[in-house]
Design a protein around this ligand. Structure first.
Ligand code: FE2
Length: 302
């Protein structure tokens, strides 16, 4: 593993494809001052300030952090990293929003998150839920999926940060890399997966249009990419319906998922073309509380 002063870089204990990047305390301490220069309103309303805090973070590693993150996220053999730090006592939720913003802006430009009306979304998973999607349903398995399936914006990557959690058992993150998936070849080679599917979304997502795209495409070297979520495709016929069922069963029964507990204060960033993500059900607890932040976006274009 590469050595960068101020960072500890290691392989994730459950997967060779996921890299852990621990930010050491000296960097966290040095971020407090530049991060205090902007409040969240400034970050939300003035996009350039997001780049200012991203530069503060990258400068503290002699610009090696951005190079490392961009390498991992594009590299087919990895494509995913978890970035965090050990000193969570010194930092609060606002600091974590800023840190997530800084990380995201070293990789690319966030898409507008229609659910939240800004470049990021914070949301809570609790015991009770009246929402119309699986996102906040604590006691249901959130099946493996990619993000951005029902929007026009390109979604190259996603970032999920854990802001806080209390009274949580279960709810682990499940990750699956397409190249580890037992059924990938079989389903990728089925022509139905390359047909256009229609994708809609429930009211809470605030998207008033539908999009069409296939489930499987190929990257520049012919390797499979996937864009799929169980809840939103609207099959046009029996063929498409049955294909989606096979796909869903094939994903959920995979033995090659990486199950990981994301620590509070950490973020997982994944390539959205060849990594699928999901969440295991939580153990029932009426005081259950988890707060997450998500940012989805596009790579910088040169
Ligand atoms: Fe997702």
């Amino acid at each position: 593993m590469e050595k960068i002063t101020g960072l500890t870089i290691s392989e994730h204990k459950n997967s060779k494809r996921i890299i852990n990047i621990d930010i050491e305390n000296e960097i966290i301490e040095k971020l407090i001052f530049p991060f205090n220069k902007f409040d969240l309103t400034a970050l939300e309303l003035k996009p350039f300030t997001r780049f200012t805090i991203a530069k503060s973070l990258d400068d503290l590693t002699n610009n090696k952090l951005s190079k490392l993150m961009n390498f991992i996220i594009r590299d087919r053999s990895t494509g995913c990293f978890i970035i965090g730090h050990k000193n969570i006592t010194k930092i609060n939720d606002k600091f974590l929003v800023k840190l997530s913003t800084a990380i995201a802006h070293l990789i690319g430009i966030p898409n507008h998150d229609s659910m939240a009306g800004k470049y990021y979304a914070r949301f809570v998973v609790k015991h009770e839920d009246k929402s119309d999607s699986y996102l906040r349903k604590a006691y249901r398995n959130m099946d493996l999926h990619t993000d951005g399936t029902y929007v026009k914006e390109i979604t190259d990557w996603l970032l999920m940060s854990k802001i806080d959690e209390q009274n949580v058992e279960g709810g682990e993150t499940a990750m699956l890399h397409l190249d580890d998936w037992e059924h990938c070849e079989d389903l990728f080679n089925d022509p139905i997966g390359k047909q256009n599917f229609l994708w809609g979304s429930p009211k809470s997502k605030n998207i008033d249009y539908k999009v069409e795209h296939p489930i499987f495409t190929s990257d520049e070297r012919g390797r499979p990419n996937i864009s799929y979520i169980d809840q939103f495709p609207e099959p046009k016929n029996m063929e498409q319906g049955n294909f989606l069922q096979r796909l869903s069963d094939g994903l959920e029964e995979s033995k090659n998922k990486t199950i990981t507990k994301l620590p509070v204060g950490s973020a997982i960033i994944a390539n959205n073309y060849f990594w699928l993500h999901g969440r295991r059900p939580f153990k029932e607890n009426k005081d259950l509380n988890r707060e997450l932040l998500r940012i989805r976006g596009q790579f910088f274009k040169n």
